[in-house]
Design a protein around this ligand. Structure first.
Ligand SMILES: Cc1cc2nc3c(=O)[nH]c(=O)nc-3n(C[C@H](O)[C@H](O)[C@H](O)COP(=O)(O)OP(=O)(O)OC[C@H]3O[C@@H](n4cnc5c(N)ncnc54)[C@H](O)[C@@H]3O)c2cc1C
Length: 363
């Protein structure tokens, strides 16, 4: 197996990521190697109100550059060749399988194979070349700041400010000294402006910036296409395998990778991809409910989070959204009704033109 990487060397830009404990069974020792902190509590703020959720299983804070290096080492140990400075260009059919045109150290080269897996991110060239349509993306921007004195190193803070973003602001401690503060927006300029204002309001100074566009999941992207006699697969951001409720793509991307490995080895898709599709659909439903919330709905949401509901949220990870939705429907009807209201009435509740990209979530 050959891994082609466009970057000149494996020196990925640092990025602080939060993932659920689901990463451990997926990656084993690599999950532990790349963990820099653990999170035991979430605090949610909106309009002067707040609610706390204690996590039964701590979330992991991972450093992306460590994760990539650990994965590369594991891949090499398993016999894979890793070629940096090798940029994929196009895939076409040859007599037996696939012909890949690549640029290796500035020179054009041809590779021949039966199957190729595109794990080349939101703007995947593999996907474009094999005929998948482009994905809608949103900007994620975060600043590394000193951890404020009143913030615990094991607690994530989330602020719902619907005038700035239909998603949320976060503060994710990566240690007892530093934290990532960021937001997801619908427009890159808005993201930078809103985050700068938010940091100023909170008295936090950016030490460094991290940002990129991530795809918005708007429906299942079939992960395989036939090109001649060969197979082209997509995993991760390239296939929009991102939980659109929070725009987190690490755990879901690895589930997609495992699903594609299963499909290649068995010759047909297995349970992992079916489970991932259910999970991404559940997150899409949650996002559709929340995307239209105004301040009033967020305030009511925090108000109805009684002790039992908070416990239910803390016991189910964000990578078990389907389970979470059923729990809320069965045991927390007021919250379910609020979500349903967002889902059914949201569009008309918002002032026309207030969020020009509002149709973007429609499947
Ligand atoms: C600021 C920020 C914060 C985030 N926070 C979180 C978080 O807290 N939790 C979470 O779960 N997710 C988070 N995400 C999303 C998460 O980072 C992505 O979902 C994840 O990195 C996707 O991984 P990927 O391997 O599919 O794609 P990428 O990470 O984009 O990797 C693609 C790789 O392909 C290479 N490549 C691209 N084109 C080519 C080519 N033509 N030829 C060869 N190689 C190529 C690139 O160099 C790169 O190494 C965040 C994203 C951002 C931007």
């Amino acid at each position: 197996m050959r891994v082609l990487e466009a970057a000149a060397e494996l020196a990925p830009a640092p990025r602080t990521l939060i993932v659920t404990s689901r990463l451990k069974p997926l990656l084993g020792a690599v999950a532990t190697t790349s963990t820099v902190n653990e999170i035991r509590r979430f605090e949610m703020f909106t309009d002067g109100r707040s609610a706390q959720i204690a996590l039964a299983q701590p979330d992991l804070i991972i450093e992306r550059s460590r994760l990539i290096r650990a994965l590369a080492q594991e891949a090499r140990g398993a016999g894979a060749a890793l070629d940096c400075s090798t940029r994929f260009q196009t895939v076409t059919a040859n007599e037996r399988g696939l012909r890949l045109a690549v640029e290796a150290n500035g020179k054009a080269e041809e590779l021949h194979t039966d199957s190729v897996v595109g794990a080349d991110g939101a703007a995947s060239r593999v996907a474009r070349s094999a005929g998948w349509p482009p994905l809608k993306t949103v900007p994620l921007l975060q600043a590394i700041v000193r951890l404020p004195k009143d913030c615990a190193a094991d607690t994530v803070r989330v602020w719902f400010v619907p005038d700035d973003t239909p998603y949320f602001y976060w503060l994710i401690p990566e240690s007892s000294e530093r934290a990532a503060v960021g937001l997801i927006a619908e427009d890159g300029r808005d993201a930078a402006r809103c985050l700068a204002r938010f940091l100023e309001k909170k008295g936090m100074e950016p030490l460094e910036w991290q940002g990129a566009r991530t795809p918005v999941y708007r429906g299942w992207v079939p992960v395989r296409r036939k090109v001649g006699n060969g197979d082209v697969y997509l995993v991760g951001d390239a296939a929009a395998q991102v939980k659109v409720s929070t725009v987190g793509g690490v755990v879901s991307g690895f589930r997609g990778a495992r699903g594609v490995a299963e499909a290649i080895l068995r010759g047909r898709p297995g349970g992992e991809l079916r489970g991932l599709r259910r999970e991404l659909t559940a997150h899409w439903l949650i996002r559709r409910s929340l995307h239209w919330f105004q301040q009033g709905e967020y305030s009511r949401m925090v108000d109805v989070l009684d002790a039992a509901t908070r416990r239910a949220f803390g016991e189910v990870t964000r990578d078990e959204a389907a389970r979470l939705i059923w729990r809320v429907i069965r045991h927390h009807p007021r919250l379910a009704l609020l979500g349903l209201r967002g889902l059914l009435l949201g569009r008309s509740a918002r002032r026309p033109g207030q969020r020009p990209d509002a149709a973007s979530l429609s499947a």
